[in-house]
Design a protein around this ligand. Sequence first.
Ligand code: DC
Length: 229
Amino acid sequence: MKKIIIAVDGHSSCGKSTMAKTLAAKIGYTYIDTGAMYRAVTLYALRRGFIKGSSIDEESLRREITQIRIAFGKDSDGFQYTILNGENVESEIRGMEVSENVSPISAIGFVREAMTAEQRRMGSGGAVIMDGRDIGTTVFPEAELKIFVTASDEIRAQRRYDELRQKGQDPDYDEVLKNIRERDYIDSHRAVSPLRKADDAIVLDNSQMTISEQDEWLMNRYIKAASEE
Ligand code: DC
């Protein structure tokens, strides 16, 4: 079978990363969570005091953007985690503070340029599954398989709420739903690389699917794409 690039794009909290990770593990591909990269930049900006309320000190962030090093590691159970300048920041980047600030940070042109360049470098060898918002449209428009995942707002909010609770946090459902809707709006309306289905992407609405059904669906799409000449 051919080694291909698989782009998995779609709305926030629709299970993209779970399905992408599962397929990557089954077929021995590298999984790259590009949302985690934007989250890590946001955490960096928060820690440096570049985000104050709704205003962002873009000039300071621009000056330091090349100092932000993002990598991925794997723990002994095979779980992938995100590393920001040598530190495991996985749990911090999933918290509400980062979630509430990540959309405006990811709308900044020079942030996207830096992340896109890094993502292309990470995926250049093929055999990768990359999940995000603009992988099929901007990062790898030549990807052999493009999936666009979506689900209803309420179902996505419930999934995110359950995930945060499982991690020991105490979220408010209405806040989570509001955050998801705001992120959808900003992600789809920004000037640079907005969230948009690539013309040749296959849509997967998983609102009514179980995890194993969607895993099987994706596996079949992969087999088909990787077998094509
Ligand atoms: O997938 P996620 O929810 O962890 O992504 C966090 C944010 O990063 C999301 O609001 C949109 C942004 N993002 C992006 O703009 N481009 C990507 N390729 C991935 C994520």
